[in-house]
Design a protein around this ligand. Structure first.
Ligand code: BGC
Length: 528
């Protein structure tokens, strides 16, 4: 009984009420607009120079790679030009030591090697033909330009973008920490390593995963409704949305196409409210932050995304294990355990190691509503080496995990709700859906994550239940890869047409629709 009560008390610390959601939305809007005014704000609001979105007719074969979290993904994408595509895909876990390597070349060299392996496995004919040609062609690089694969590079960290394939790393997130790379052009770092291996590949475009998701969603769901926002809820979290250029008050260097009146903004909302004006801050959040590689930043991300949720739960469980009054994962004797055994936490259990509890265990806990929690108990044994957990233990674990997961979903709604309000689309006299493309392990696999988001959106002033119904949140699986391919295509077309500056190039009349509907910064929206 003591265990159940103490669990309830702890879970209550993760409650995030409707009132909290509304305060969060107001502050999010304030920080979004602050980021549009000047640099150096907690939400970076990075102009991407993308001023239009695809319409589904784009065609061609492109390579795309994706570095953004736990895995490195390489894919080739055949855009069929009829809103469909075919994708060949490979994925490899990034060795932990490379995430904190001494030299940028250690990581980027590894990435180039994976591209080579992918080409040899999936495009051997093309690859071999290029190698043959290379030996016979006398250009300095050894290739004719048209024989080179165009590659879209999805790089999902904060980057100050200065061209279609040029951008400097502002800071690492999600456990990466290679100081050597900060301030450098990440496309050049990758190209150097590709050239070292003599691969027929040109890094043609640089794109954040959220921008890619927005592009991919626009490509696959064209029509009257254009997509407003691409968001990731995976290892990390972030969103890119379509903003009215007149709302961007800070200087946007260089020339770019202004005809659509719109530009995609990479919010970098993982750093929303680093100053903790409104975000919840339990003792567990504080401990997690202090022991992270980047204390004081990505504060929103540390409460929302997959990399951190398991760690919050782990810190709670460790705290509970220290409390002798509640006997979590501990039995006085076998009569106290419904399986008539005694619980043992095995040596080397992840429960005692930082990052030792994978957030996927939370999904299993949330999905297991069986009376005896058998799948959760099995998984506790498998993943954490906790043998013969009792029903009460499993229930306590589930309560804590669900509270942390629910808070994350409701915080996610703060970000989505604020972007919807900023767009002013709810004020349009239309019943067209407001389209949002999402990707990432959390939103894809965590049970009822989207439902919990909708529930919170319905509580937002200015959205309400009717507004929430108009918001369509759809999965854009592998959006970042397809989006990178789409931007590589734009880059290739530009080259063909001799356009040097892509900023002047990208335009699409589909985007014009938004222009009239997004209010000026500071202009009132429907929020009270
Ligand atoms: C990065 C973003 C990225 C997000 C999702 C964050 O940690 O800062 O650039 O979009 O993770 O992958």
């Amino acid at each position: 009984m003591a265990l159940a009560e103490e669990t309830k008390r702890i879970a209550a610390q993760f409650e995030y009420t409707d009132e909290d959601v509304n305060k969060g939305v107001q502050e999010f809007l304030r920080q979004m607009n602050e980021g549009l005014q000047h640099d150096g704000t907690s939400m970076s609001q990075i102009p991407t120079y993308v001023t239009g979105v695809p319409n589904g007719t784009e065609k061609g074969l492109y390579l795309a790679v994706d570095l953004g979290g736990t895995n490195f993904r390489v894919c080739s994408i055949h855009l069929n030009g009829d809103t469909t595509f075919n994708l060949t895909y490979s994925k490899i876990a990034i060795p932990k030591e490379l995430m904190v390597a001494e030299q940028a070349s250690d990581l980027f060299g590894f990435l180039a090697k994976q591209i080579e392996l992918f080409l040899r496995t999936h495009h051997e004919d093309h690859f071999a033909a290029h190698v043959r040609r290379r030996q016979t062609v006398s250009t300095p690089e050894g290739y004719r330009d048209e024989q080179i694969f165009r590659l879209g590079f999805t790089f999902s960290f904060p980057v100050r973008q200065v061209g279609i394939n040029k951008g400097t790393l502002m800071r690492w997130t999600k456990g990466f920490d290679i100081p050597d790379a900060v301030g450098k052009d990440v496309c050049a770092l990758l190209q150097q390593e590709i050239d070292r291996l003599h691969l027929p590949v040109k890094v043609a475009a640089l794109v954040n995963d959220t921008v890619g998701t927005l592009m991919a969603r626009s490509y696959t769901s064209p029509g009257k409704t254009s997509t407003l926002l691409g968001a990731i809820f995976g290892t990390g979290t972030n969103g890119a949305y379509v903003e009215k250029i007149t709302n961007i008050k800070k200087p946007v260097e260089g020339d770019y196409d202004k005809t659509t009146g719109l530009m995609v903004i990479n919010t970098e909302w993982g750093s929303f409210d680093n100053q903790l004006n409104v975000l919840p801050n339990t003792s567990y959040d504080i401990e997690l932050d202090q022991k992270s590689v980047n204390p004081g930043i990505q504060i929103f991300e540390k409460r929302v995304s997959g990399m951190f949720l398991g760690e919050i739960v782990r810190l709670v469980v460790v705290d509970m294990l220290k409390n002798p009054a509640i006997s979590l994962f501990k039995d006085e004797n076998s009569s106290h355990n419904d399986w008539k055994s005694t619980t043992t936490i095995g040596e080397g259990s992840g429960i005692f190691q930082q990052w030792g509890l994978d957030s996927s265990l939370m999904s299993i806990a949330a999905a297991d509503s069986t009376p005896d929690q058998s799948s959760l108990r099995q998984e506790l044994e498998k993943q954490l080496n906790i043998y013969a957990a009792s029903l009460e233990d499993a229930q306590a674990f589930r309560t804590v995990a669900n509270a942390v997961g629910r808070r994350a979903a409701r915080l996610s709604a703060v970000a989505l709700g604020a972007v919807v309000l900023q767009s002013g689309k709810l004020q349009e006299a239309s019943d067209e859906p407001i389209d949002i493309g999402v990707d990432g392990s959390l939103v894809e696999h965590y049970p009822f994550f989207r439902d919990m988001i909708y529930e919170a959106l319905a509580a937002v002033d200015g959205i309400g239940p009717d507004g929430a119904k108009r918001i369509r949140i759809g999965i854009a699986k592998d959006g970042s890869g397809v989006g990178a391919a789409l931007i590589a295509l734009v880059a290739a077309n530009m080259e063909k047409k001799g356009v040097v500056d892509y900023l002047n190039y990208i335009k699409n009349d589909v985007a014009q629709k938004w222009a009239a509907t997004i209010p000026e910064a500071g202009e009132s929206t429907t929020i009270a």
